[in-house]
Ligand binder design. Structure first.
Ligand code: ATP
Ligand code: MG
Length: 509
């Protein structure tokens, strides 16, 4: 096949020749009898298409008056960039907005070839420069870029039906694959307005976690992976049944058992962005709604520790309330605070209740069980079974150890470590963990006993104190009575005084 440039060359020559032919035909047809005009026309068409047996399709960067860049153009750009830039000699660097990375694409007027099922095709990039002399507001009006695809008309159906779809799909897939994903965290609402306003801040999300390295029961894992993939592909289905395209997963389990790791693995599997929603920074449901609306599609929204954030908000409000208390002493204010606190608590509870209620799948991540252990043994030591497995199984039943710790102990520490050495190390660690646990339990029991003893002693003391106080009160009462009696006695002596006074008066008289 000829390269496009020499082909184009040939075409120009040919078209002038064809032009000549057409004129000749137009002149001649008047002289031909009517019956043979049809066949002549047909043969001329055949002759022309024989000389130019190619079809050209143009893909404009912007279609019509649209301000939006054509998705097809973008996909083709990515496709050609991945498949054909090696051939192109002149490349152009573009910073793609959503990926924050540089993408090389073929420069204008470059051409590359592609092959599809043994068929050769030509792609050329070009642009039309308008000849009108006006100043345009939109720069793209001035340069209308486009890709042109040329292929033999014999493959018309295959190209239009299959190849183009293949290019667009592939291009989109590359876009998703190469997109650098982001980890967002919500800002406090004070930062939502004014200059540099944004509800979410982001960093580039780079987490190596994958389902391949996540230790858990392989069946459970497969179930989750299938569920995720099924969900990611069912956008149309959700639209059909009129449900919003979303799915809730509740991950729960003790610390360090892989909840965060699983979220990262999910994001990596689906190539989604992650929004880490800090509930404590959210004032009310309206704010929450605004935040959620401001998230992009194809993302994972993480609400961490829904129980904890409930507590935290409670604490935060308490702190605030305490502070306020200091500022303005007054029982009324305190009552108001309590009311606000109560309202906030209700709101928070409502939110967590909603979140919980909308979960489609509950996933428990827990301490390492035998299945997760087997997975790690296969991953780290390359073994499916071992005579020590049974002991490990029993130990794991008795001892709580996170998958991460099991992995740490199972990992060969030097080249000479064989499977048995590693398994024995794990068993020793499990043994130690069990002893530790028992010691901790014993200590706890001791503490508990100590506390109980202390409580009893305190109670006893309290009782004694009360008794003594009671005794003292009684004494006091009698004493008081005594005092009263004395008072009466005093009163009578006062009377005496009066009498005396009177007496004096009398005397004075
Ligand atoms: N099931 C697991 N498989 C592989 N690695 C794990 C697993 N669980 C935990 N880890 C490792 O342990 C570390 C802690 O795990 P992670 O942060 O995911 O725990 P978490 O459940 O989110 O804990 P927390 O409740 O404290 O947030 C990570 O570095 C992770 O690699
Ligand atoms: Mg975590």
């Amino acid at each position: 096949m000829l390269p496009i440039s020499s082909m184009a060359d040939m075409m120009t020559k040919l078209s002038s020749a064809i032009g000549g032919l057409m004129i000749a035909y137009a002149m001649f047809q008047n002289y031909f009898p009517y019956e043979i005009r049809g066949p002549i026309k047909r043969y001329t068409q055949k002759f022309i298409s024989f000389l130019y047996p190619y079809i050209q399709i143009t893909f404009n960067e912007y279609h019509g008056d649209g301000f939006e860049r054509s998705k097809a153009y973008a996909a083709i750009e990515r496709y050609l960039n991945a498949n054909s830039t090696k051939q192109a000699k002149r490349l152009q660097a573009n910073v793609v907005r959503d990926s924050e990375s540089i993408v090389l694409s073929m420069a204008d007027y470059e051409e590359v070839t592609d092959e599809y099922k043994g068929i050769k095709l030509w792609w050329a990039s070009s642009q039309t420069i308008p000849n009108r002399q006006s100043i345009s507001f939109y720069p793209r009006e001035d340069e209308k870029k486009y890709f042109m695809l040329t292929f033999h008309k014999r493959y018309r159906d295959l190209i239009t039906n299959n190849y183009l779809k293949h290019v667009l799909d592939e291009g989109k897939a590359i876009t998703v694959r190469e997109r650098r994903r982001k980890l967002y965290t919500n800002n406090k609402s004070e930062g939502w307005y004014g200059y540099r306003r944004s509800m979410w801040s982001h960093v580039i999300f780079e987490h190596p976690a994958s389902f391949d390295t996540l230790a858990m029961d392989p069946h459970k894992k497969q179930e989750i992976v299938d569920d995720l993939i099924n969900f990611s592909k069912s956008k149309d289905y959700y639209a059909k049944i009129g449900k919003p395209w979303k799915r809730g997963y509740l991950l729960y389990g003790p610390p360090g058992t892989g909840k965060s790791t699983m979220i990262a693995a999910m994001a990596n599997l689906l190539k989604y962005d992650v929004y880490d929603l800090e509930l404590t920074a959210v004032k009310d449901n309206t704010e929450l709604r605004k935040l959620l609306i401001d998230t992009a599609s194809k993302s994972i929204i993480v609400i961490e520790d829904i129980d904890c954030s409930l507590d935290l908000t409670g604490q935060r409000e308490k702190k605030k309330a305490d502070k306020k208390k200091g500022d303005e002493n007054g029982k009324k204010k305190d009552a108001e605070n309590d009311e606000v606190k109560e309202k906030l608590k209700k709101l928070e509870e409502e939110r967590t209740r909603q979140a919980r209620g909308r979960m489609d799948m509950r996933i428990e991540l827990s301490y390492c069980g035998f299945e997760a252990f087997k997975f790690l043994a296969k991953n780290y030591l390359g073994i499916d079974s071992h005579e020590l497995f049974e002991t490990v199984r029993q130990q794991l039943e008795e001892t709580k150890m996170t998958p991460a710790d099991v992995a740490e102990n199972l990992m060969p520490k030097s080249g000479s470590d064989d499977a048995e050495t590693c398994l024995r190390r794990l068993m020793k660690a499990l043994e130690e963990a069990k002893e530790e646990e028992m010691k901790r339990k014993a200590e706890e029991e001791e503490k508990q006993k100590e506390a109980e003893k202390l409580a009893k002693e305190e109670e006893e003391e309290e009782r004694k104190k009360k008794e003594m106080e009671d005794g003292a009160e009684k004494k006091h009462e009698t004493l008081e009575n005594g005092v009263k009696e004395n008072g009466e006695a005093k009163k009578s002596s006062d009377d005496d005084g009066k009498n005396l006074e009177n007496g004096v008066k009398e005397n004075g008289k």
